[in-house]
Design a binder for this molecule. Structure first.
Ligand SMILES: [Zn+2]
Length: 376
């Protein structure tokens, strides 16, 4: 066990990389997918089940936890790991993104953001210093800088102004974080889809110096083509010897495309949220379990999948419990989706290590275009 956080690259294939982030709470194999545990739980999953899918690290949301049950209460109860019964690494976001997307009556100044809680209307303030304090109280292993996320579409001047504010906040986050062995602080590159602004942001972050670097401000509705074209250059601007994290991504083909462009870490609510709405991700694309075609189908979702939903239940059962609004529906489908996402990550790590990532990608896309198995 290490008492510092370190990143070791083991192999690369094209721009894709595989390695290990070593932390005092365990290793994170990269490329890594982080399930989202918004309110100190990955919805519908026990923590040991999340681990069984292959997850090395979870993401927690500062915005949600600061409002309820509050960071101070979690700290008094022994920190987030103990509170939610997950003893492996946790990355927390800074709260910036969700203040912009969820909170009411925001006021943005150089100092930070004041806003009203979407839960009870109470007034709160988030600044770089307060975000670092909250993430320290939670006991987060990987802490994210506090940044500002402009709603898109936005014009170039607005994106430039916002990025420069985020870089000043990155400096303040670095100073407020201080020196905390065993904990990492990641900077967040901004600049929208403007290559020169991404470059300016990357240089500002490198000047400050971080333990890892995120590509922020993507996956906000710009579409896959625009995101991939930005990822052609944005990760290359960040230090090659540090982890690169693409925030809020994504669908299986987004994840594979991001890894192919040099991304090491990702997070998304998609597998867990979709599990609760009957949308299932498989090797053969998306399956909607609510569709009547599954009502009499005794076959598994995916006969090659080893998750409990596939190895122990039929499509007919999964269809029935979804239609009947039974809780086990969200549990099983979330488990399957998280399992599938982690399988993709494991496959990619193996393919990159073997130097066969391009061939693996071709197979991945071939299976997806085949579509789901024919109805009975
Ligand atoms: Zn499965």
């Amino acid at each position: 066990m290490t008492n510092r956080i370190s990143f070791q690259l083991n192999a690369s294939d094209g721009k894709a990389r595989t390695g290990v982030i070593a932390t005092p709470r365990g290793e994170i194999r990269t490329p890594a997918f982080m399930p989202v545990g918004t309110a100190a739980t990955v919805k519908a999953m026990m923590p040991e089940s999340v681990r069984a899918t292959g997850a090395d690290i979870l993401l927690g949301n500062t915005y949600h936890l600061m409002l309820r049950p509050t960071a101070e209460r979690i700290d008094r109860l022994g920190g987030l790991h103990r509170f939610m019964n997950w003893d492996r690494p946790i990355l927390t976001d800074s709260g910036g993104f969700q203040v912009m997307s969820l909170a009411g009556l925001r006021k943005l100044t150089e100092k930070g953001v004041t806003f009203k809680s979407h839960i009870d209307g109470s007034k709160h303030e988030l600044t770089p210093e307060r975000s670092m304090e909250i993430q320290r109280l939670l006991g987060s292993d990987i802490v994210m800088c506090f940044d500002e996320c402009p709603a898109l579409p936005a014009d170039r001047d607005r994106i430039a102004e916002s990025m420069r504010l985020s870089m000043r906040w990155a400096q303040r986050s670095r100073e407020a974080f201080g020196d905390r062995p065993g904990h990492a602080l990641f900077g967040i590159q901004q600049g929208g889809l403007e290559q020169d602004l991404r470059q300016e942001s990357a240089e500002a972050l490198r000047e400050i110096g971080f333990d890892g670097y995120a590509v922020g401000g993507l996956a906000v509705g710009e579409g896959q083509e625009a995101m991939f074209s930005c990822l052609e250059y944005a990760p290359d601007m960040l230090p090659a010897d540090k982890p690169r994290y693409l925030m809020g991504v994504g669908k299986p083909d987004d994840i594979v495309g991001a890894v192919a462009r040099g991304i090491d870490m990702m997070d998304c609510v998609l597998p867990s949220r979709s599990g609760r709405t009957g949308q299932v991700f498989t090797r053969f694309g998306v399956v909607n379990i609510k569709n009547a075609r599954h009502a009499d189908d005794p076959r598994p979702l995916d006969e090659a999948c080893t998750c409990p939903a596939c190895s122990q239940y039929s499509r007919a059962y999964l269809h029935h419990v979804f239609r009947a609004n039974e809780m086990i529906s969200g549990m099983l489908l979330t488990w399957h989706n998280l399992h599938y996402f982690q399988e993709i990550m494991a496959d990619m790590r193996n393919a990159i290590a073997a130097g066969s990532f391009e061939a693996w990608q071709a197979g991945f896309h071939d299976q997806r275009v085949q579509g789901d198995i024919d109805p009975l």
